[in-house]
Write a protein that binds this ligand. Structure first.
Ligand SMILES: [Mg+2]
Length: 269
């Protein structure tokens, strides 16, 4: 399979659909709750449809693991898993905040550490991240590298603080937040993880235990192939099952030094 071609085509198609729907009142129409637990919006379902159509046109037999439709088989004998969050950042799109992406990962098994190819496409800008296992990670065909910043006092770090259990979370993050130069959360974690991969930011932390593996599947390969470090808060590799229900917590950093500082800081809290 020429995954880079197929993934690029799927991303372009999703982008077109999203752009067409974005300005319409239809976009927000809700159809019950999706497999990942969030309401299924018309715009999410159309984006997923664009992905499935592209794969069908390339005669891919696959099992889709999607935030919207859950697990579904396409073709006579599925030969791979396609883990997708067709739109990451739906709230941003519906509010007109220009930060959202589509996230697609290809794997042979249903585990996060078996991703072979991945794409994350910015839905508002012409930025496409692609990675294939052992072939590096690219942004618009340019090889990417993570940041070398190793001091919190110089770092720009993304932190997902979006939880009603915020009191528990801030106890753990208090020291880290106080020591870090700049904190960001932009509302589409897959794209924010690609920013760690290409050095736009220095790290990204999500220890809420809320993020679905469908959200991070593609970005995890992109980060690892770029040379960034991503582990669980206990410093283990991410080996979660690919499922819209499976949740993951992680620390992603541009380099070992910064990763170690963050890890130690969290462990002390
Ligand atoms: Mg989504």
């Amino acid at each position: 399979m020429k995954w880079d071609t197929i993934l690029t085509e799927a991303a372009e198609r999703i982008k077109t659909v999203v752009k067409q729907l974005m300005a319409t009142s239809n976009a927000e129409k809700t159809y019950g709750i999706g497999a990942g637990g969030d309401p299924k919006k018309h715009i999410d379902l159309e984006a997923e449809k664009a992905l499935v159509e592209t794969l069908n046109e390339h005669s891919v037999n696959f099992t889709l693991i999607s935030e919207e439709s859950g697990v579904q088989h396409y073709g006579s004998k599925p030969t791979c898993y396609v883990t997708a969050d067709p739109i990451d950042g739906t709230t941003n799109i519906l509010r007109g905040l220009p930060f959202a992406c589509t996230s697609i990962a290809i794997s042979r098994t249903r585990r996060l550490d078996s991703i072979q190819a991945a794409a994350v496409a910015d839905l508002f800008h012409d930025t496409l991240y692609l990675a294939e296992k052992e072939r590096g990670a690219f942004r618009n065909d340019q090889k990417i590298n993570p940041s070398k910043t190793s001091k919190l006092s110089e770092a720009v770090i993304g932190v997902d603080l979006n939880t009603y259990k915020i009191a528990n979370l801030t106890v753990k993050l208090n020291q880290l937040l106080a020591k870090t130069k700049h904190i960001r959360h932009l509302g589409a974690n897959a794209l924010e993880l690609c920013y760690v991969a290409d050095g736009t930011t220095d790290a990204f932390i999500d220890i809420r235990g809320k993020l679905r593996t469908t959200d991070i599947a593609a970005a995890t390969l992109i980060m690892l192939e770029a040379g960034a470090i991503v582990t669980t808060p206990d410093n283990n590799n991410l080996r979660n099952t690919l499922s819209p229900r499976e949740k993951a917590s992680f620390i992603a950093a541009g380099n070992k030094e910064l990763h170690k500082i963050i890890l130690e800081d969290l462990q002390q809290a």
